[in-house]
Design a protein around this ligand. Sequence first.
Ligand code: ADP
Ligand code: MG
Length: 705
Amino acid sequence: MGEKISEIFGTDVFNETVMQERLPKATFKALKKTMENGDDLDPQIADVVASVMKDWAIEKGATHYSHWFQPMTGVTAEKHDAFIAPASEGKIIMEFSGKELIKGEPDASSFPSGGLRATFEARGYTAWDCTSPAFVKEDAAGVTLCIPTAFCSYTGDALDKKTPLLRSMEAINRETVRALHMFGKNDVTHVSCSVGPEQEYFLVDHESYMKRADLRFTGRTLFGAVPPKGQEMDDHYFGAIKERVASFMSELNHELWKLGVYAKTQHNEAAPAQHELAPIYSLANTAVDHNQITMDLMKKVAKRHGLECLLHEKPFKGVNGSGKHNNWSIITNTGENLMKPGKKPNENTQFLFFLAAVMKAVDDHALLLRYSASNPGNDLRLGAAEAPPAIISIFLGEQLSDIVEQVINNGKATDFKKNSYMNIGVHTLPEIKKDATDRNRTSPFAFTGNKFEFRSVASSLSVAGPNTVLNTIVADVLSEYCDELEKYAGTKDFEDEVMKLIRREFKAHERIIFNGNGYAEEWVKEAERRGLPNEVSVVGATKALLEKSTVETFERQHVLNKAELEARAEISYEIYSKTLNIEARTMLEMYAKLFAPAVIKFEKELAEAIGSIRNVSDKIDTSVETELLEKISLKLKEARLAEDKLEKALEEAVSAENAKCQAEAFNNKVFPAMETLRKPVDELEMLVGKDYWPVPTYGDLLYEI
Ligand code: ADP
Ligand code: MG
């Protein structure tokens, strides 16, 4: 691994440099126009690109190509086809046509469609997304050329996470350019949203992982007593990175760099065995692809080091879980970041205009935004005082909140709170300028100087969803604002009219701003008073997809139609039920096959010990042993009853009449029944001898590497 980063970076990517070098000038120009301005793709250039792409991939050792897509399962899917085509005399030639590049036909029936596609209507199509670069991937199967694609049904309905994202990028582009032209920025022809997702994860030892059915089947521990040492010492966060982890990180970076992923920051996180990787931000769809690749590679590279990477939101009860911070902003083709307040934020009408749009979008669609960050695992984390609450609010910080306040009170802001310099009290240290906003780790949606950081997102979730929602709801507000203001564009009244609108909107949506402690109990009450939604489960939040305002907004912006939204709700309910069904059945199996027999074995030996001691002399006091045996037997009884309860709840849920009722039954009945079984088993773990316990404990898993 001695190579320089600059030499290996992007070597496995069919990126712009490669295209410029290898494609005929005219083809490159035409393709670039499609990539940059969203112009229609000319089918004739596809043939040329395909042939050049194939040669490049074959030079890299590729034998196969694959349309790489992102179905609603949330993980990426690929179907490999060899480049070979028969030639005369039983020989083959390596072939790859424009048609094969542009369109693929995987069988859609094996992917969740939420009823959009009946099983007999299995046709599904993948379409080349030329805005996201192709790459080669090497694994045991050899080298494969991966072509990022969108996946849709025969009727053109989106069956994946990529299609709506691309549509939402068109929406935000269209409406933002419109708005900027009003502000006289006629040189802006295109904007894109930039996304930087920070990824948290756990690493555990592979051998121990294999011994736990819950980790293998569900990605989280379903049982486990909290170890004597948790994270209370705060000694893991930013702590020195252990050798084995360091070598994992080094190889991961190397692999990511080859694929053109800007892996930048790595450090230990709050919990033991927890780490984080942050890339430098990029264009939204590239960022989504790269995050999927990152998650994939984390798992793969971990195995090479005898480790397992856990991306689950809450692998360990009582220990901080993992999230993904989705940093988001809008940047123009002229290089302006629209979320940057500038030197004088109070006078920056354009910035305040976009701020108002974000505030309105988030306030009007709070539940939808919360839904977009959710999955079953995140239910265990949001609102548990380690991650933002389930209530969506915006943290603006002192400086911007003050400006909002001034505008509401006086129609404009005459001054602003300046950034100060920190006094560290040591002359030899450099003066450090303070950020205008302090950090607020408890806020779900925080302004962090030049971007918004959506901090609620589930660690294992694709960031396509949250960014699709963000782009769409902000685009829709911008469109509404433009409808109102466009007639004043270029007139002397423009500035006044914009400020009037900003004031009105700040006033109307001030309730969404909250700079305080999001973990505090009072915030829940205060939010309720403000009328902000607080859905504690993804099951309850899913209804946001079907709300009238969501359907109208998404149809207006051509991102998802009603049928597609309904399908997504259906899939969300299905995923919840399936997840909990697997979890509950895994618990029942672990209890019956592992824990109950282990406890009984311990009981038996304890009972025999008591008898043997008494045989020696009846003067020896065996009350301690007897008490322990009694206690264990009572706990086992409690577990036994809980087992019954969970079985019944499960039966009831499985027979529910539709997807929504089923998810609700899993949420309201099965989930609490799982907790009821877990409690006595975790207590038994503390009573039974370590040698008898059939699975590695939390202490083993968290402090082993
Ligand atoms: P912080 O330490 O406040 O979280 P960083 O500067 O470390 O901020 O950035 C965190 C993440 O945000 C990184 O992935 C970074 O690339 C990303 N980021 C920075 N600026 C932007 C932006 N304008 N748009 C989107 N993401 C951004
Ligand atoms: Mg951050």
